[in-house]
Ligand binder design. Structure first.
Ligand code: CA
Length: 191
């Protein structure tokens, strides 16, 4: 009789355990589901951040991004003693592309590029802020030396901290630019 009780209570325990077990395991699944969502999100973030990211510090007045340190496709990096960091790049192919993510706190910004254009037919290129293209070029005719693209300042207003993708290409989908110019750095100035 005692044996039966033990067996019953063991069975009961087992049954109780089996009854409790499904919700327990399903709640465990839910939890792990949440966790896997979280890790998926952070994975998406980290895979997004495989592209280099720079941060415009809250208290800074400006951020200088060396073009040679951006993610580069079909671009040659050149030594240039007059360039910032001693290096610059040449946009030399139709497919040349430089990209980086920039985290900007709220504020209004002017964006300029330090450019050396050898001729008026090798001076216009595009800066994309996310998907939006801005045609940039230096003085006309270009100096043939380093100068900021002050003729084509890009004005940008950010209402809250935002990550934008900055990319540089010769052309925009709507209009052709040119190739053959040298680019040194992109300057974000907080207005
Ligand atoms: Ca540079």
């Amino acid at each position: 009789m005692k044996k039966h009780m033990i067996i019953l209570s063991v069975l009961g325990g087992f049954i109780l355990f089996s009854c409790v077990s499904p919700p327990a395991s399903s709640s465990a699944t839910d939890t792990s589901g949440d966790k896997s969502n979280e890790s998926q999100n952070s994975f998406q973030e980290s895979s997004q951040h495989k592209m280099k990211t720079v941060v415009f510090s809250e208290n800074s007045k400006e951020l200088k991004i060396e073009v040679e340190l951006m993610g580069l496709t079909d671009i040659t990096v050149l030594e240039d003693v007059k360039a910032s960091g001693g290096k610059a790049v040449r946009l030399e192919k139709e497919t040349s592309l430089a990209t980086i993510n920039v985290i900007l706190p709220s504020g209004s910004y002017t964006v300029l590029v330090n450019e050396k254009a050898p001729s008026p037919s090798q001076d216009a290129f595009y800066v994309f802020l996310d998907e939006r293209p801005y045609r940039c070029y230096p003085s006309d005719p270009p100096l043939g030396d380093w100068e900021l693209t002050k003729r084509t300042p890009i004005n940008l207003i950010v209402s809250e901290t935002t990550t934008i993708t900055l990319s540089i290409q010769p052309h925009s989908p709507a209009k052709k630019g040119e190739t053959g110019m040298l680019l040194d750095y992109v300057l974000f100035i907080k207005d």
